[in-house]
Write a new protein. Structure first.
Length: 152
């Protein structure tokens, strides 16, 4: 495991007592992000609704890395709370506010309150590919078989 430093700053008016993202266990791959509403309010999501939930943070990711935002499994299982663009990618050159698109895919109304852990962030290396046109892509055993073509 290599050490990578991601720099953070607080948005104006952010609740700095919530701190920075944190790994909740020694083996955690994702660091938890908290909802940080400027007015310390909450947002209620009906089934099927989504909202951009602020974290009160901005970040500087080192070149060659990205941050991926992912749902928290407990919220997904117990309440159907997910991130519709998961995994969300935050690029190394982004410096704007860090918000999380949260969606209620459950059956009940769900309230996101100030300070709630709403998502997890994973820092990952980026590999940039070269793209070029080829006259032939070569044959494989699967060939042009699409979705479901390899069986159940």
């Amino acid at each position: 495991m290599s050490d990578v430093t991601v720099l953070f700053s607080f948005d104006e008016g952010a609740d700095e007592t919530l701190g920075l993202p944190s790994y909740e266990t020694g083996g955690a791959a994702g660091a938890d992000l908290r909802a940080s509403f400027p007015d310390r309010r909450s947002v209620t999501l009906a089934p099927g609704e989504r909202a951009l939930v602020p974290t009160g943070l901005r970040l500087a990711i080192p070149e060659g890395y990205e941050v991926q935002l992912r749902p928290r499994s407990g919220l997904a299982l117990k309440h159907g709370i997910t991130l519709p663009n998961s995994p969300a990618t935050i690029d190394a050159d982004y410096r704007g506010p860090l918000g999380v698109i949260v969606m209620n895919a459950g059956q009940e109304v769900f309230t996101v309150s100030h300070g709630d852990r709403i998502a997890q962030m994973v820092v990952a290396p980026v590999i940039r590919a070269s793209f070029r046109l080829a006259p032939d892509l070569g044959a494989t055993a699967r060939g042009v078989g699409g979705f479901g073509s390899t069986g159940v």
